[in-house]
Design a protein around this ligand. Sequence first.
Ligand code: PEP
Length: 258
Amino acid sequence: MADRKPLISGNWKMHHNHFEAIQMVQSLSYQLNADDYSHCDISVHPPFTDLRSIQTVLESDNIPILLGAQHCHEQEKGAYTGEVSTGMLEKLNVKLVIVGHSERREIFNETNSQINAKAKAIFKHHMTPILCVGETLDERDAGIAKDKVKIQLDEGLQGIGKDRVGSMVIAYEPIWAIGTGATATPEDAQEMCAHVRDCIRQISGKATAEMVRVQYGGSVKPVNIAELMSQDDIDGALVGGAALEAESFARIAQYRLQ
Ligand code: PEP
């Protein structure tokens, strides 16, 4: 198996104002140690309004947690009320940006081609996209989960060079498992993450497929992370609910100690 450093990411969604966010990150940093950071990369993705505060805490206390964003606009600047550009995120020392989260796709109608444009804009500003893909329960029941993910990857990665694809993170998140408490079995999650890697091999070649980090997301908790992480093609987790509280997120990041 290729040597891929695991990445454990916490997507806070629309939770934690900047006071709560500072407390959360400080508490998280007290629970993590140098071994944890050497074993895996750890990122937090707070709401936009928290980014500057969290950047200041991480940099002033030398905390090696990576700062992430949940969303971005694909244009550099302009009349896009309420939006935030990748150039603005780069200035805050943001390292990773989530794109194509199922909530953005379903609630805000983001398309694969917009997601593709966002991924390119993220690269332009020297950050790494975490591209989310995954099927609904109806699609799974209809036996088209793999087709859906393949289309999301084919269209989402269009025109992105091999080196860049290799540096990306792909989060496989079955929509029926997000925020529901219903986790995919480790075997199902492995099968779909291996499928993601196989799609990347078809798009960008074997070497790129071996480099790309594939996360699983969907009701990840301290009790199920170790078994998920023991699967060959799962290189990390994108965590929602269980990432809001420092102790549970720290235990997820320390899955190897279980
Ligand atoms: C997510 O927000 O991407 C997610 C997987 O949420 P949860 O862990 O709460 O299912």
